[in-house]
Design a protein around this ligand. Structure first.
Ligand SMILES: NC(=O)c1ccc[n+]([C@@H]2O[C@H](COP(=O)([O-])OP(=O)(O)OC[C@H]3O[C@@H](n4cnc5c(N)ncnc54)[C@H](O)[C@@H]3O)[C@@H](O)[C@H]2O)c1
Length: 314
């Protein structure tokens, strides 16, 4: 009998990053099981795959156990934007922690390799800059962002304990701000916010002075890194930073969006939300050396693609 393709489980597969990952895995000839509860994701993000014979979509909440047979698991399920994860913070922690427990349990049962989509938020409001993987972070355990930050930190702990205790093949990537088509138009994240505001002629809102910096990675680069990480040597668990180290101030980003959309929107300033980090930039030396990866899409090209997408939907 002919060997069937590897079966890959993507949790959160109908979300922004997950849907691009599903596209790429299908293109690579793999079988994809996309699991999502559609909390922030949507069928629309994977509609191009729905009729594909190697693609399957399952509505399921990862806070409940899942019994399927798969070879690899990418665990992306979790709302990623502050607006969404703060909407139901208890559920956010449950998704990160119970979700990790359920999926690690599944990986242990079927001996699958499992990758965790962790986040730069595990560094909190960092005192070192740029952040390397060996920096332990400065995180407020009781603030309004803690459900996400501490949930993701606990998920990392669980991954490493399953690795030490059960010799599971784990992979942990710490994702820095990523943007691209299929971002949620109302998720309050800075790139989608600015683009939607520019395209609809509303004021562009900058929180704080606009001098705080962020680095932005285009989604194609991010997906490439995740797939490389999954295929990396068994002894390489991570955590590994994935992001684009080119830094921009919020003011520079707003100006770039205004230029590329040709919008006449005005820039306005509002107070900074609680615990908002002032600076965030990945050190990607580890990803370069262990994965042979570095980002290749510049901000301007990535913004053009993203603006094209938002023009269709707003
Ligand atoms: N986009 C970024 O810049 C970024 C940065 C750091 C980390 N991440 C991580 O990457 C992953 C994907 O982020 P995204 O930007 O695509 O966000 P997203 O909100 O678009 O996608 C998350 C997906 O998970 C699903 N989901 C949420 N709770 C679930 C549950 N309990 N059970 C099943 N599905 C559930 C949502 O419906 C959605 O489809 C998240 O884990 C996020 O923490 C993203």
């Amino acid at each position: 009998m002919q060997k069937t393709a590897e079966k890959i489980l993507v949790t959160g597969g109908a979300g922004f990053l997950g849907s691009h990952l599903c596209d790429r895995l299908i293109q690579a000839g793999l079988d994809v099981l996309c699991v999502d509860n559609f909390y922030t994701g949507s069928k629309r993000n994977v509609q191009q795959l729905l009729d594909h014979p190697r693609f399957e979509l399952m509505r399921h909440d990862v806070t409940f156990p899942l019994y399927v047979e798969v070879d690899q698991i990418y665990n992306l399920a979790c709302p990623a934007s502050p607006i969404h994860y703060q909407w139901d913070p208890v559920q956010t922690t449950k998704t990160s922690v119970h979700g990790a427990i359920n999926l690690l349990g599944l990986a242990k049962r079927v001996r699958a390799r499992i990758l965790q989509a962790s986040t730069s938020e595990v560094y909190g409001d960092p005192e070192v800059h740029p952040q390397r993987e060996d920096y332990w972070g400065r995180v407020n355990p009781i603030g309004i962002r803690s459900c996400y930050d501490e949930g993701k930190r606990c998920a990392e702990t669980l991954f490493f304990d399953y690795w030490r205790q059960h010799q599971l093949q784990i992979k942990v990537v710490r994702i820095f701000n990523t943007y691209g088509p299929r971002m949620h138009p109302r998720d309050g994240r800075v790139v989608s916010n600015f683009i939607v505001q520019a395209l609809t002629g509303q004021d562009i809102t900058i929180y704080g002075s606009g001098a705080q910096t962020r680095s932005f990675c285009y989604v194609d680069d991010l997906v490439d890194a995740m797939i490389r990480m999954m295929g990396s040597d068994a002894d390489f668990t991570g955590p590994v930073n994935i992001g684009n180290p080119s830094e921009f101030t919020m003011l520079e980003l707003a100006e770039q969006v205004l230029r590329l959309t040709g919008s006449k929107s005005k820039i306005v300033f509002e107070p900074l939300p609680q615990d908002d980090p002032k600076q965030r930039q990945p050190d990607i030396a580890l990803a370069k050396s262990r994965l042979g990866w570095s980002p290749s899409v510049c901000l301007e090209d990535g913004l053009k693609e993203t603006i094209r997408y938002f023009k269709e939907i707003v």
